[in-house]
Design a protein around this ligand. Structure first.
Ligand code: ZN
Length: 90
């Protein structure tokens, strides 16, 4: 569990978009395949992946200064729309 926490701590607003995009689409793809070929476990695995990446992106997509949710954009915004502090893009 400590390893999971360490990995999760590395996920920030800077990289959460990049980290969650692939598992999100891969998961959705696996659901489609699983449904098509009647492989329940594959569909469930895909669903779990999609939901996990959604949860992670909602959870981590917030301002490091004030903790407010950031706007839903593909790019990291330059400034927080709530507290106005600069967000650094890496
Ligand atoms: Zn803020």
């Amino acid at each position: 569990m400590r390893l999971i926490k360490r990995v999760l701590d590395k996920v920030t607003y800077n990289n959460v978009g990049r980290i969650t995009t692939l598992p999100f689409f891969l998961g959705a793809f696996l659901v489609a395949i699983g449904v098509l070929i009647y492989l329940t476990w594959l569909a469930l695995l895909g669903g779990a992946m999609t939901i996990a990446s959604l949860v992670l992106s909602v959870w981590k997509w917030r301002c490091p200064h004030c903790g407010s949710r950031l706007d839903r954009t593909w790019e990291v915004p330059k400034y927080c729309s709530h507290c106005g502090k600069e967000l650094d893009k890496k």
